[in-house]
Design a protein around this ligand. Structure first.
Ligand code: GLA
Length: 401
């Protein structure tokens, strides 16, 4: 009797574990999303061209595998059975065919919907259709679902997202669940059990620190995410403590390579996203990308920092007029450091590791990630000339005695 109860208990726990799709997003998801550049101007030719280019330019092999169709991919109405259907003009071959195309080329297929009755763009939302939609996504071969929060009335976010998660579990296809609730209900406090990543703020746009009504520059987003829990400085990384393998804070998609940013601003942005263990979802038009941006976005050493398996999010260690220092603990005792020029002009910025860097635990070798050069040790000052809003990215490795 006891033995059978134990067996039953084990079966229940193992099914609960299997349901959580635990092996997914052990490092921050990487891919490409249609929204930042294309908004509603999407179609299957664009997606296929983008995938083909991402094979050729090295993005896929650098880890950008989730290709995500954001809002406006669906028809204006569900079909007679209440099923979501692809927009007939934009995606005439249908979603299953598009998913197959992506899978055949080594990508994973991502799609968007919304917890409310309609998406932000006014297309059919998932409210009340969660289990049915999850079955459809599984049938289409979807691997990633971004789930937005427009038109959700006074619904409780945790309940609404949990219902969609349960729909995904019931459909039994492992799907990365990206919660896009913009931080209003402090999703970092509840979402680790529900999804794999959660937005912490409103939308990003391609500027350094502009603030529009709903969209803001990457530095504004960084500051917002970092100040979500107080105090957030020194050794306290704000909401960073809620992130880890399988559950990530999401400061929104990359604006790297978009027109509103200088190259320096794209590089500063990328460095900070790597320090923050942020999902790296490219949002630029990869069909027209300069060699510098291609090299930046596929930089192996920067991506290795973002994807570090320890999964610890970094924090702002020091902020001074004109510069900020951000640090992130990595596996194997290494540290990543970003030195950001927040000023309006080019400047020589320095780090004096002899002041307050006790957590490094001893002398470290310094590697300049962008220049691919050794840059001495932490016993010496590190100095670099940085354009406005650029960031140096360093990897420190303890020198064993
Ligand atoms: C919201 C989200 C964005 C994008 C749009 C689509 O604003 O936060 O990331 O998905 O909706 O309408």
């Amino acid at each position: 009797m006891k033995k059978s109860l134990l067996l039953l208990f084990c079966a229940i726990c193992s099914s609960a574990i299997a349901q959580k799709f635990e092996g997914l997003a052990l490092t921050p998801p990487m891919g490409w999303n249609t929204w930042n550049t294309f908004s509603s101007n999407i179609n299957e030719a664009l997606i296929m061209q983008t995938a083909d280019i991402m094979v050729k330019n090295g993005m896929r092999d650098a880890g950008y595998v989730y290709i995500v169709l954001d809002d406006t991919w669906s028809a204006m109405e569900r079909d007679a059975h209440g099923n979501l259907v692809a927009h007939p003009e934009k995606f005439p071959s249908g979603m299953k065919a598009l998913g197959d195309y992506l899978h055949e080329r080594g990508f994973k297929f991502g799609i968007y919907n919304c917890a409310g009755k309609k998406t932000c763009g006014g297309f059919p939302g998932g409210w009340g259709h969660e289990f049915q939609d999850a079955l459809k996504y599984a049938e289409w071969g979807v691997d990633y679902l971004k789930y937005d929060w427009c038109n959700s009335g006074d619904a409780n976010p945790k309940d609404a997202y949990t219902r969609m998660r349960d729909g995904l579990y019931a459909a039994k296809r492992p799907i990365v669940f990206s919660i896009c609730e913009w931080g209003g209900s402090k999703p970092w406090e509840w979402a680790a059990e529900v999804g794999h990543l959660w937005r912490t703020t409103g939308d990003i746009t391609d500027c350094f620190d502009c603030k529009q009504r709903w969209e803001q520059g990457w530095k504004v987003i960084v500051d917002l995410q970092f100040s979500q829990v107080q105090p957030a400085d020194g050794q306290n990384n704000g909401i960073g403590k809620y992130a880890g393998p399988g559950h990530w804070n999401d400061p929104d998609m990359l604006e790297v390579g978009r027109d509103g940013l200088t190259y320096a601003e794209s590089r500063g942005h990328f460095a900070l996203w790597c320090i923050l263990a942020a999902p790296l979802m490219a949002g630029n038009d990869v069909r027209h990308m300069s060699p510098e941006i291609t090299a930046l976005i596929t930089d192996k050493d920067a991506i290795a920092i973002d994807q570090d398996k320890l999964g610890k999010e970094g924090w702002r260690f020091r902020a001074e007029p004109g510069q900020e220092m951000w640090v992130r603990e990595l596996s194997g005792g290494d540290w990543a450091v970003a030195l950001l020029n927040t000023g309006k002009s080019t400047a020589d910025l320095s780090i004096d590791f002899s002041h307050g860097w006790w957590f490094l635990g001893g002398n470290c070798a310094v590697r300049d990630v962008w220049d691919k050069k050794d840059a001495g040790t932490t016993e010496k000052k590190f100095t670099k000339r940085l354009d406005s809003h650029d960031a140096a990215l360093l990897r420190l490795t303890p020198i064993k005695k």
